[in-house]
Write a protein that binds this ligand. Sequence first.
Ligand SMILES: CC(C)(COP(=O)(O)OP(=O)(O)OC[C@H]1O[C@@H](n2cnc3c(N)ncnc32)[C@H](O)[C@@H]1OP(=O)(O)O)[C@@H](O)C(=O)NCCC(=O)NCCS
Length: 149
Amino acid sequence: MIIYGIGTDIIEIDRIKKAMERYPGFVDRLFTADELAYLEGKALSPQHVAGGFSAKEAVLKSIGTGLRNFKWKEIEIIRDVKGKPFVRLNGKVKDYADGNYIGDIHITISHSRNYATATAVAEISIEKRWMDIESMLVGANEMRGRSIN
Ligand SMILES: CC(C)(COP(=O)(O)OP(=O)(O)OC[C@H]1O[C@@H](n2cnc3c(N)ncnc32)[C@H](O)[C@@H]1OP(=O)(O)O)[C@@H](O)C(=O)NCCC(=O)NCCS
């Protein structure tokens, strides 16, 4: 595995709790339907919402961008059957990852009474890079063929 970047984040759970109370659309703006299904299973408790948010921030740091013109929902934190979180990218974040040969992004989340934290590790995708090189070679060969004929 070759590491592209790492990212970490820590957040005060009370800050998220207050945002949820103040803005009724807060969780809908941040989380996709699959993420919400998981969080609703946890009664939308602020510690889990904070963990999910922190994970998205950690992912943004691991790819080195910050939020920029990306949308929060383009980074999904979903769970496997055992409850382990993993990252699924969509939309512009996925395009950015593909364009920069970023492969899997590993994520881990933790929370205590007051804080939630997350750490992300983004891998370089040799496969994506190789596919790009291959398509460039095909393009170059086609150009060569055309100039010969
Ligand atoms: C990069 C980003 C994720 C940092 O997160 P943050 O919550 O603002 O700040 P944090 O304290 O967690 O992290 C700050 C650290 O991130 C690191 N950082 C800054 N830009 C970074 C980047 N492009 N890639 C990776 N790490 C970066 C720096 O080390 C910084 O510490 P420093 O200022 O001491 O050097 C942030 O700029 C961002 O895009 N956040 C989302 C925007 C937003 O709306 N947040 C609030 C919503 S309620």
